[in-house]
Design a protein around this ligand. Structure first.
Ligand SMILES: Nc1nc2c(ncn2[C@@H]2O[C@H](COP(=O)(O)OP(=O)(O)OP(=O)(O)O)[C@@H](O)[C@H]2O)c(=O)[nH]1
Ligand SMILES: [Mg+2]
Length: 431
């Protein structure tokens, strides 16, 4: 158990609501709460009482006391539900700071849970993703990781690697005992690592939502299509080519998935400084998008081509054309024709990205997790190459040891204060 002071924070979202929850954790949390609440506390018993600031009633509250170590943080905790007025909540927090608590930093409750061995880093990161997730699949995925499925996989990989390293080291220490050639098989480990790494992209999409970029030449009707898809005039539309400069974003929710539509500047060669920046932003949006929609103009003599691969090709202004175009979606932002079909195509692609996630067990939910698994994989592949090139086994052992170290950083078996600060500073206050 880490020696810590007592911290307090509002754990519910800012703003007015039916209730607002203030939490305390740390050795003095009961003492601090009991300066304002006059009851005989029993752990895990819900009590209805008054929250007092000196002789004055601040609010009627529901309070629960929790006794270490069976709590979220592993420390003594108190959870107080007030009426959800921010003025009440901040006054309560201030008075508890006067009574000896300190205002919690971002993610400090969960950080303590980690430091007290209640969860490893993969699980702590998943807690944040559960809160942040924009889709139901995203929540489901983050749950799996919070429940320890990723950490279980990492632990089993670590065990396998340790066994391998031990069998190498025995040969290094007693070379005379072994006359056969050492044959190291890392294929099942690389396979498992690659499999779990492949979950990151769809998981990110499920958690953060799907980004859809509307791309194409100036004046083809990208902004009009954005407006048609969301049903109101979000982006400026004019007959002047080069109207949209900055990217314009709008969100829609379909089947529990957040879809971020991004209208972009028409892509063309230009000398105009402002438009140039816009075009660069369009290209960047294209790069970052999960789904790229290329929009063309039915009345343009030439259907320009896109240099990058696109997922959906659309010909707009079909109301002005005499024929229909093959192999592309024919739409009119003006009459609404084909817009519903476009929405469905986007949704189908979006859900196919995330649907695959339902079946997998261990999921990578954070960039840090992806990065460390990738580094671990690189070391193992290095070891495989070293073996193929006939390097001495102690060289191979170094790679395997490094791979293990990366896995240890992943779970938090080893960590530094800097790393913890980075991880938990992304959290909300009170989590
Ligand atoms: N007839 C017809 N006109 C359309 C349609 N869609 C857009 N337009 C017109 O085409 C012009 C350009 O539309 P925008 O939506 O501004 O085109 P854009 O691709 O966003 O253009 P930039 O922002 O300049 O790249 C406007 O005058 C629109 O009214 C359509 O389906 N039919
Ligand atoms: Mg536009």
């Amino acid at each position: 158990m880490v020696r810590a002071d007592t911290i307090v924070a509002i754990s519910t979202a800012p703003g007015r609501a039916a209730i607002g929850v203030v939490r305390l954790t740390g050795p003095e949390s009961w003492t601090v709460a009991l300066k304002h609440i006059r009851i005989h506390p029993k752990p895990r018993v819900v009590r209805y009482t008054k929250f007092m600031i000196e002789k004055e009633i601040l609010d009627d509250v529901i309070v629960v006391f929790y006794k270490s170590p069976d709590t979220y943080t592993g420390e003594d905790m108190v959870e107080i539900s007030f009426h959800g007025n921010p003025l009440i909540l901040s006054k309560a927090v201030r008075s508890m700071i006067n009574s000896g608590a300190r205002l919690a930093e971002r993610g400090e409750f969960t950080k303590r849970a980690f430091l007290n061995g209640k969860m490893d880093l993969t699980m702590a990161e998943a807690v944040e993703k559960i809160v942040d997730s924009t889709s139901e699949v995203g929540i489901k995925i983050a749950r799996k990781t919070m429940d320890g499925s990723l950490s279980k996989l990492v632990k089993s990989l670590r065990r396998d690697l340790l066994n391998l390293s031990a069998s190498i080291e025995v040969r290094i220490d007693y070379p005379d005992e072994f006359d056969d050639k050492f044959n190291l098989d890392l294929s099942s480990i690389t396979k498992k690592l690659k499999q779990v790494l492949s979950t990151y992209d769809p998981a990110k999409t499920a958690i953060e939502g799907v980004k859809v970029a509307l791309l194409g030449a100036p004046n083809v009707g990208k902004s009009s299509i954005l407006n048609a898809l969301i049903g109101h005039e979000r982006a400026i539309v004019t007959p002047i080519p080069g109207t949209t400069r900055d990217t314009v974003e709008a969100e829609i929710f379909v089947n529990g998935l957040r879809v971020k539509l991004i209208d972009t500047a028409g892509i063309r060669e230009t000398q105009n400084e402002v438009e140039k920046i816009g075009v660069n932003r369009a290209l960047k949006a294209a790069q970052e998008a999960d789904i790229k929609v290329h929009i063309m103009d039915a009345t343009a003599s030439e259907k320009n081509s896109m240099k990058i691969p696109v997922d959906i090709r659309v010909v707009n202004k079909i109301d002005l054309a005499k024929k229909r175009f093959k192999g592309v979606l024919n739409v009119s932002a003006k009459t609404g024709r084909g817009i519903e079909e476009l929405r469905e195509r986007i949704m189908k692609l979006a859900t196919s990205v995330t649907e695959s996630m339902n079946a997998v067990d261990a999921v990578v939910v954070a960039e840090r997790q992806y990065d460390l698994l990738k580094k671990s994989l690189n070391e193992i592949e290095e070891a495989e190459r070293a073996q193929k090139n006939g390097y001495p086994i102690d060289v191979i052992d170094i790679n395997i040891r490094k791979a293990i170290e990366f896995l240890d950083s992943l779970t938090g078996e080893r960590y530094s204060d800097d790393i913890l600060d980075i991880i938990f500073s992304n959290f909300c206050v009170g989590k």
